[in-house]
Design a protein around this ligand. Structure first.
Ligand code: GEK
Length: 241
């Protein structure tokens, strides 16, 4: 696994964070050292896929990056006739995701599409995953996408939404932000790397609160929605149509 030293070296351009070739090249290390609970979320997505995916349906991985959630679903699904559609709009991510899918031994069909998830047609779904991707979309475009995801699912179909969140209580938010900073320091990011990355993500990653996510899911017509995993300000929500 190549080490993420993007903000410790001269590799990152000044300016907003982008899903560039340089980021794609170190992405697994970046996620592992930055997102508490990332590996556990991927593992749980596999377990959930085994349980909920029905024969002859589709699964979508929206903002698939290198396909970690796609491969977890692919290895777990027993139901026949299924297909996974992995979508990302970063050419660098899509190229590497296709390589990862090819290198993986399992034979469930996977389409890796370079496309914008805001305009992607979706249908006949029994599971949709958005693992840390909604946070990168303009806030005013989020409700329409959540509604289209709900409409694409069968009754009983499941949507997994993982996000960085902001706490509604500023004092708790300060504690959680501090604990996350310490988590990154423990994972060997320097104070300079942490602060450069934080500046680059300003207005690029725009977090919502957990109550805002749950209200949006209910407004979109999901019958049930709840947090199934939380570590500091990183949550994974499961919603059922
Ligand atoms: C994982 N889910 O490993 N259309 C398509 N893709 C997009 C869009 C868009 N409009 N906006 C952003 N992306 C993965 C991790 S990363 C999370 C997801 C992170 C893509 C973007 O190119 C990137 O690959 C991904 O969403 C977000 O489970 O970097 O914190």
């Amino acid at each position: 696994m190549s080490r993420d030293d993007i903000y410790g070296s001269g590799k990152a351009p000044d300016g907003p964070f982008e899903f560039s070739e340089a980021v794609a090249a170190v992405f697994p290390d970046m996620l592992r050292r930055s997102i508490p609970g990332y590996a556990e979320t991927i593992e749980a997505i596999g377990a959930l896929a085994r349980r909920v995916v029905r024969p002859d349906t589709r699964c979508y991985d929206l903002g698939a990056s290198l396909g970690a959630a796609t491969l977890a679903m692919r290895r777990a699904i027993d139901a026949p006739g299924c297909r996974i559609i992995a979508v990302d709009n970063s050419a660098a991510m899509v190229r590497r995701c296709r390589e990862a899918v090819l290198a993986d031994g399992s034979d469930l069909p996977v389409d890796v599409l370079e496309a914008d998830i805001r305009t992607l047609p979706m249908e006949n779904a029994s599971m949709v995953v958005m693992n840390y991707t909604l946070q990168f979309l303009p806030p005013d475009e989020r409700p329409a996408l959540i509604r289209r995801i709900r409409d694409s699912l069968h009754d009983g179909g499941v949507f997994v939404l993982s996000e960085k969140v902001v706490d509604t209580d500023p004092a708790i938010e300060a504690v959680l932000a501090d604990l996350h900073l310490e988590y990154k320091r423990r994972n060997d990011y320097s104070a300079m790397e942490i602060s450069r990355k934080r500046a680059a993500l300003e207005n690029v990653l725009v977090p919502d609160s957990v109550p805002a996510h749950l209200a949006r899911l209910r407004n979109a017509g999901f019958s049930h929605a709840g947090v199934w995993l939380r570590w500091f300000n990183f949550v994974s929500i499961v919603a059922i149509r």
